[in-house]
Design a binder for this molecule. Structure first.
Ligand SMILES: C/C=C/C(=O)SCCNC(=O)CCNC(=O)[C@H](O)C(C)(C)COP(=O)(O)OP(=O)(O)OC[C@H]1O[C@@H](n2cnc3c(N)ncnc32)[C@H](O)[C@@H]1OP(=O)(O)O
Ligand SMILES: NC(=O)C1=CN([C@@H]2O[C@H](COP(=O)(O)OP(=O)(O)OC[C@H]3O[C@@H](n4cnc5c(N)ncnc54)[C@H](OP(=O)(O)O)[C@@H]3O)[C@@H](O)[C@H]2O)C=CC1
Length: 445
């Protein structure tokens, strides 16, 4: 592993040098264990502690198959899907690995008693499998997390519709929170050259998801002037949705839960901000009853901020707690686009407000290859910026996931894998200098 790191850090290394490097037999990886899936049984979601279920193990290097690449991971980031994996909710991810393992001889590799998690990486290609021509050893890359087989016609208009569509590092093994990762080569994209490894590893999953959900024609197809209600506007998804809204000439109405988070949204350029905590919205009177008066109070506040207008697009992900309010505050003909249900997946809303006002609910999930590429291109061009706040070591991944689970974080939380320290990997210093304030906006807050 030391030779690999030396080659990455040497400016003189060539592709041939990387191709000649011997591969390690094993590597360090963040895992959850199959024999521990019941460890939190009976506990409330909030009490399930990722620090107890997340392990750092030495694992054997997987076999490299056709169309695949092995990547030396310099940095990764924590996504909420790793929180779900670590608390075994809504179900254990070992079921996904078993199901994948049954699909082919090669896919059997994924069905193991441990799950190497993580759905983002920035690093360097070590080896490519047969049939890979677009990438070679030594290429500096990021990886998006869409794993598809593309053997059915269903996925050929939109790869997200492939029946064998999986999220790498969640529904497949050999994820990015590790020193080495196995990806399909069509997950690879060029690493933005003005960013450090940990900055480059931060946007991938959430940036691509927000791009499809909000900007793409497969999502809400946001246009100039749209009022966009963004829940968790300084969180993982929301910090990119807010940037897309601002960059696309829309009007983000940012919902956050503290003054500090409101300040971050202001620093990004938003001015319509609702502190849900300070304003005390209680959309549910009790566990089973919503309070439409609170939806109305929320809508009134939105109208104050917009000069009397209602919401064209809701960027939804909290789910059960907010969905009734989201449907209510959307204008006639508007769109609620949802990619998650953090607070509960059994939603309840008043359907009269949906059908009588011709609103639409759109389900959105990650992004197809093209959408992920377009989202990464915007990062590479310095139009959208990483929202990296804190960076942890691989050993501290449990704590990093705990922070995200307990909503103690801002933006994205990074994890260093092979990178010995922060700040390495920047290739274009001039471009970086142009955007340095935006790149650092979320740091250390
Ligand atoms: C990029 C980052 C993303 C995120 O962070 S997203 C957030 C994290 N992700 C999640 O929380 C999602 C986790 N996944 C799940 O909860 C589950 O994954 C799903 C609920 C999405 C699906 O559940 P499942 O059990 O995997 O599949 P089924 O379709 O409910 O059950 C399979 C059985 O149901 C049959 N079935 C499916 N559709 C129908 C139908 N329309 N009519 C009749 N049967 C149907 C199938 O055939 C099969 O059957 P047979 O078990 O016998 O093989
Ligand atoms: N389908 C897909 O492709 C994807 C789905 N997801 C899912 O989306 C969800 C959010 O992910 P991500 O943005 O990375 O997570 P983060 O935790 O980084 O951000 C979510 C933010 O939402 C806000 N929030 C949380 N709970 C509530 C609530 N009950 N009511 C209102 N606001 C709430 C919080 O902001 P504040 O406290 O400031 O209001 C929080 O910071 C997760 O469930 C994740 O699994 C994520 C990426 C892709």
């Amino acid at each position: 592993m030391k030779d690999i790191l030396d080659a990455i850090q040497s400016p003189d290394s060539t592709s041939a040098d990387f191709a000649a490097l011997p591969l390690p037999e094993s590597y360090r990886a963040i895992t959850v264990h199959k024999d521990e899936t019941e460890m939190f049984a009976g506990m409330a979601t909030r009490e399930k502690d990722p620090r107890k279920s997340i392990h750092l193990d030495e694992v054997p290097l997987p076999e490299l198959g056709p169309g695949e690449a092995l990547v030396a991971v310099m940095a990764s980031s924590v996504n909420y899907n790793s929180v779900w994996t670590s608390i075994f909710e809504p179900l254990s991810t070992f079921g996904f690995l078993e199901r994948y393992g049954r699909t082919s001889e090669l896919a059997k590799r994924h069905d193991l008693p441990y799950h190497i998690i993580g759905s983002d990486l920035a690093g360097v290609v070590l080896r490519t499998g047969p049939g890979v021509n677009a990438w070679k050893p030594g290429d500096e890359v990021v990886a998006h997390c869409l794993s598809v087989e593309l053997e059915s016609s269903d996925g050929h208009n939109d790869t997200m519709l492939d029946p064998e569509q999986r999220i790498w590092g969640f529904e497949t093994n050999f994820g990015g929170l590790a020193e080495v990762a196995l990806v399909k080569s069509n997950q690879l994209m060029p690493k933005p050259d003005h960013l450090s490894w940990e900055e480059a590893a931060a946007p991938g999953l959430v940036n691509s998801t927000a791009y499809r959900q909000l900007v793409s024609r497969n999502g809400a197809a946001m246009k100039q002037g749209d009022n966009v209600l963004i829940w968790g506007a300084s969180g993982g998804l929301g910090s990119y949705a807010t940037q897309f809204a601002l960059a696309g000439g829309a009007n983000p109405i940012c919902v956050v839960s503290s003054e500090q988070k409101a300040d971050i949204c202001r620093a990004m350029g938003a001015d319509a901000i609702i502190d849900r905590n300070a304003e005390g919205y209680k959309f549910w009177k009790d566990e089973n009853t919503q309070d439409p008066k609170e939806w109305k109070r929320f809508g009134k506040r939105i109208r104050e901020l917009t000069g009397g207008e209602d919401i064209d697009i809701v960027f939804e992900h909290p789910g059960r707690e907010t969905f009734g309010a989201s449907v209510f505050v959307t204008r006639k003909g508007g769109t609620i686009t949802t990619c998650a249900s953090t607070s509960g997946y059994m939603h309840e809303y008043d359907n009269r407000y949906l059908w009588m006002s011709l609103k639409r609910i759109i389900g959105s999930h990650f992004a197809n290859y093209r959408e992920a590429w377009e989202a990464n291109r915007l990062i590479a061009k310095g139009k959208i910026h990483p929202t990296l706040s804190k960076v942890y070591s691989l050993e501290e991944t449990g704590q990093a996931a705990y922070d995200v689970h307990r909503n103690l974080h801002q933006g994205k939380v990074g994890v260093l894998a092979l990178a010995p320290e922060e700040g390495l990997g920047v290739r274009d210093h001039d471009k970086r200098a142009q955007h340095i304030d935006a790149i650092n906006r979320f740091r250390n807050i």
